[in-house]
Design a protein around this ligand. Structure first.
Ligand code: AMP
Length: 112
């Protein structure tokens, strides 16, 4: 499978890693949309939120236990936003489940 984020997880494409464990990988977004913009991805390929099932949901729960630690490490003391884009209308450009962590300033109160 030709997947950009699988290649990043495997180290075939370089990234600015901020966190890694056996289940997930986090790295800085190459085109940040906030002063802090990090992506958290499961190591196992899942296409998007639409492909989360009762069989693979444990990694999603795990990611959501890790996100607050990453946010703290990144200095996001005043809060932050988590975004996951799904499909064409959601403007998902990389078809590997990922959660954007956005912060470092007061974000827009508009989400779309
Ligand atoms: P989405 O549009 O929700 O699918 O998000 C994909 C994100 O991946 C975008 O914010 C891109 O800027 C980011 N991105 C694409 N290529 C890379 C890369 N090589 N390293 C880090 N982030 C990337």
């Amino acid at each position: 499978m030709n997947c950009l984020f699988c290649a990043i997880i495997n180290g075939d494409i370089p990234s600015n890693k901020v966190y890694e464990d056996e289940k997930c990988y986090a790295f800085l977004d190459i085109a940040p949309q906030a002063p802090v913009h990090c992506l958290v991805v499961p190591k196992a390929h899942i296409g998007s939120v639409d492909e989360i099932t009762s069989e693979n949901a444990d990694v999603v729960a795990h990611i959501f236990t890790v996100i607050p630690k990453i946010a703290k490490d990144l200095g996001l003391v005043g809060g932050y936003r988590i975004v996951s884009n799904i499909g064409e209308n959601g403007c998902q450009s990389v078809k590997h489940l990922h959660f954007h962590i956005l912060g470092g300033e007061k974000l827009s109160d508009r989400m779309a």
